[in-house]
Design a binder for this molecule. Structure first.
Ligand code: HEM
Length: 377
């Protein structure tokens, strides 16, 4: 069975081949907690996470090995299941460093300059109950029960120190991070993750994903994670002509070929100068692929790692569905620049951004240490 070690230079769950399921959670520290509480929480979380990603229970006693007179350490629903490629990735939000001008944990001076709430973007309708958080945990696995077990047990371990603020289940990855992974599809029916940064492209990872020497020393080798809960108005989309759907994306629905060579292959590079039969650009000026492409954004690339979601249905009998967008980048400004480019995206008519968050993702924990330890050194 596939396992990914918890410790290492970088946290797992970023370049790790994208697993099929997600449980993402944002936590807030409880009132009156101090620096020792935060450190002990990160130690306890790291210990449990290192065990769970190896397919073990959260503690040695686990679900059934402890005293019958006490609640079990592990909640038990993953007993007998393999690790299923589980990765657990931790992040620190802006409010952990300073909230209402108070430096609760003595770390305000180490806050990276870019770690602030994302600015407002056109057309968003953000819900506080789906946004932000002092801490975040991304659990990805090929078995949804394994991902949920991880978040549930980490919440339980946090008791009295941090509480769950919001969480999101995702299924059907909408990205790939290795060349041998087939490009999956999002709920618009299009291949998603074609032009992504792949795990073996170390030059692109260093240039665009891993924090370097120009940021806080404790964050070196880490990254920044942006999460956006984006509702997709799929019933309206499903009434759009195929040709128009292709125009909006900038690629063909079947193959995923760029519209500059519609009979070509998914991997063909898009040619934004090419003209179509009408004499207009073959890849429309308002298409998503054109506006998101590095050529339009000063060379910026993001590592996308999002998931589809369906949260049941609305009172109007429509699916409450969309994309839980996750991207890793070395600078928060890079996401901001691309998201601003997308302000004229033809796809926006079918989208609504409901949730948002930005977290600094510390580098991987050293063997036997805990995630984020250099922040408290
Ligand atoms: C590419 C869908 C939101 C950034 C794509 C592609 C699709 C797609 C189908 C083409 C295939 C590919 O290269 O992966 C969507 C949907 C979204 C969404 C359905 C919302 C529900 C976003 C957001 C961003 C973004 C919020 C960043 C701010 C990108 C980038 C590319 C891309 C950078 C690659 C462009 C290239 O280099 O060719 N997206 N996307 N997307 N998208 Fe999105």
């Amino acid at each position: 069975a596939r396992t990914h070690p918890f410790s290492g230079t970088h946290q797992a769950g970023i370049t790790t081949p994208v697993q099929d399921h997600l449980h993402f959670a944002a936590f807030d520290m409880m009132a009156r907690t101090d620096r020792d509480d935060l450190i002990s929480l990160l130690q306890d979380w790291s210990y449990a996470a290192a065990r769970m990603v190896a397919g073990l229970e959260v503690s040695v006693k686990g679900a059934v090995g402890g005293s019958p007179q006490a609640p079990p350490d592990d909640t038990g629903e993953a007993l007998g299941l393999p690790a299923a490629g589980l990765t657990i990735t931790f992040g620190f939000g802006p409010t952990l460093f300073e909230a209402d001008g108070v430096d609760r944990y003595g770390i305000a001076a180490q806050r990276p300059a870019g770690l602030v709430r994302l600015p407002a973007f056109l057309g968003e309708d953000l819900q506080p109950a789906l946004s932000d958080g002092d801490l975040c945990v991304q659990a990805c696995a090929d078995d949804p029960q394994v991902a949920v077990h991880a978040i549930r047990n980490l919440s339980r371990i946090a008791f009295g120190r941090a509480r769950l603020r919001w969480s999101q289940l995702g299924f059907g990855r909408t990205s790939r991070t290795t060349a041998d992974q087939q490009t999956p599809r999002n709920l618009f029916g299009y291949k998603d993750g074609t032009a992504n940064i792949l795990a073996d492209d170390t030059a692109a990872l260093d240039a665009h994903v891993w924090v370097g020497a120009d940021d806080q020393p404790w964050l070196r080798g880490g990254s920044y994670l942006v999460a956006r809960k984006i509702a997709m108005i799929i019933e309206s989309w499903d009434r759009v002509r195929l040709e128009e759907q292709d125009r909006i994306i900038g690629r063909t629905k079947g193959e995923g070929a760029p519209l500059s060579a519609p009979a070509g292959r998914e991997g063909d590079p898009p040619d934004f100068a090419a003209l179509g039969a009408s004499g207009k650009p073959a890849i429309d000026v308002a298409s998503h692929v054109r506006l998101a492409h590095p050529d339009q954004n000063g060379g910026i690339q993001l590592l996308r790692r999002g998931y589809n979601y369906v949260d049941g249905n609305t009172a109007l009998g429509k699916l409450d569905a969309g994309l839980f967008f996750l991207s890793y980048q070395r600078r928060p400004e890079d996401f901001i620049a691309v998201q601003r480019s997308l302000s004229t995206d033809a796809m926006n008519e079918y989208l609504k951004h409901l949730g948002s968050g930005l977290w600094a993702i510390p580098p991987g924990a050293a063997q036997g240490s805990f995630v984020g330890a250099p922040l408290f050194a």
